[in-house]
Design a protein around this ligand. Sequence first.
Ligand code: GGG
Length: 352
Amino acid sequence: MKKHIVVIAGDGIGQEVTAVGKQVLEAIAQKYGHEFTYDTALIGHAAIEATGSPLPDETITKSKASDAILFGAVGHPKYDNDPSAKVRPEQGLLGIRKALGLYANLRPIKLFDELLSASSIRPEILKGSDILFFRELTGDVYFGEKGRSEDRNTAYDQMIYSRYEVERIAKKAFEAAMTRRRRLCSVDKANVLESSRLWREVVQAMAPQYPDVVVEHQFIDSAAMLLIKDPRRFDVVLTGNLFGDILTDEASQIAGSMGMLASASIGDTTGLYEPIHGSAHDITGQGVANPLASILSVALMLDISFGMKAEAEEVVAAVDSALKAGYRTRDIADADTPGGMILGTEAMGSQI
Ligand code: GGG
């Protein structure tokens, strides 16, 4: 099969982990006789430096013309300390999601058995955890109107959802639940927020179409608590953009590290595949970043965008066997990991 992939590595460790993800794509292409061609495009801080824009038009054009996007990360500490910056790397990521209509962000929380001890949560609570998050990606407070009063002492971000936005992602989450353990937890803050009341109303109205799916509703605060108290109670979790962003960082601790969490952003056009972690400038250039989230994102790409199920399973199995053999990156090593088994980014990629 021939596929054209745009690699948008972005900032910080995005460059390092995406290079490894691409190597895995090449290994799969060779083994299965596929022909993958590549292009690159700029985003985030790297794009601001080169063009003045966090999302150059050329990046959108190339992305739309591709079969899939392998994405790294955006961000730079200089903007974190400059709240008045008008142009920011994150605008590139939000912008490409909007431009491509990528409204559904799938974030599987897969706990590899070998990493039970890497988590700060007790193994007897964790073992067997397997959650699929659906984070809505093109609405909510991230895209609502924002502004400041004239004296700049008051600021607002509008939290906004429309019925169709909730319906289309809820449909994807219900359908996924039908292929899994048939439980769907919708997370909102309907006791306080009007947009959450609409969210809950829509999900409740759709539930009768999926009589085999057991639906529950949790408030975000309660869901955050239950996630670490009893992660196995969750199967598919459906939530909005902001709540999903926060909850999945928390859920990464179930998998042992932020460096383990892959994601797929899908919707109207080309799918975008990226680790959930950011640019991590504190470790950039040291060659120690965990590439497994990028590699697992490649597995999602092979499965979802290319329909290459066997190839996707082989990538996940390769990750599993490297972990079984005892190889670890720094973030998933524990006190018992021998120093010689702690690998850098490239060496871990070679093992896979
Ligand atoms: N690879 C994910 C990434 O770069 N995250 C940084 C970021 O700006 N995240 C905001 C978001 O995911 O909405």
